[in-house]
Design a protein around this ligand. Sequence first.
Ligand code: TRP
Ligand code: SF4
Length: 338
Amino acid sequence: MPSERPRMMSGMKASGALHLGNWMGALSNWVRLQQDYDCFFMVADWHALTTGYHHTSDLPRRISAMVVDWLAAGLDPERAVIFVQSSVPLHAELSLLLGMVTPLGWLERVPSYKEILRELEQRDIHTYGFLGYPVLQSADILLYRASAVPVGQDQVPHVEMTREVARRFNGLYGPVLTEPDALLTESKVLPGLDGRKMSKSYGNTISLGESNQETVAKIRSMVTDPARVRRHDPGHPEICPVFGLHRVFSADSRVSNIETGCRAGTLGCVDCKAELASTLTAVLEPIRSARQSWVDHPERVDEILEQGARRAQEAGRHTMEAVRDAMHLTRVRTPDAI
Ligand code: TRP
Ligand code: SF4
């Protein structure tokens, strides 16, 4: 792997199969970044436990489903290191040590902390693990001395905190850790089938792995502008979720034709939806057919993750040795786990 390229590291919480919003918001960007960066892509299974420690039985399934979608979308195990967080225990060691120097106030002030506590009130996540989420994320990033972390807007505070933790560590023990920069994904929030942000929790998604027929059926049953009772009633595309998706996926010239046709009442919703369905299935078709070959060969997916774990471990080992040395934790040497 050519290592003159700058290094980037990113991850996703192990949440299972991905949808079009995940692809637009992160995955398609990761695929592109493989050309210019030395890439580390991590399935954050420990992070999934911070909010989901009650139900762990389907974690293995969620991890595989996510990795299959990654590979189908074009993450390339020849060029990038693809691995699962818990297969590299060094993350835990670094997280523990960073925890020693991270003030509680920093954690309590992370904007998502109180927000998610409130949102998931019924789940009882008043835990040490959930509060420590950003420390673990800092460890993920700093372990690989990544200079860039491609993330959406919502993750920027976590990368900011990673910088502060690194600075504090370096101030106390010497310059060991690299302060990373967030590489902001131009964030087009993708509207879902109901016009709200596409999200699993709203049940308004088009998943990468569903069949083309399922996608077509979902689009056909989308609610459009209620003013369009009859075929020739003038419509208001700005309030229609079908138009919201056209805007993201259809060519600019088509978007303006659709807008005009809808307002004039010359374009019917049935036709408008049929066009959206064929545009989306064309976008998704290559992913879906690549996906099938990974689904058929789960052993290859396992091999990729094993190789990824070895490479990640090897890359992280050097940082951890420097960290232990800097903190004078090297009097008794322990062998590394792998
Ligand atoms: N917190 C990220 C998310 O919710 C997942 C994540 C874990 C991550 N570790 C990371 C992202 C390191 C970037 C870098 O999706
Ligand atoms: Fe929506 Fe298209 Fe119907 Fe207009 S024509 S209301 S944009 S589905």
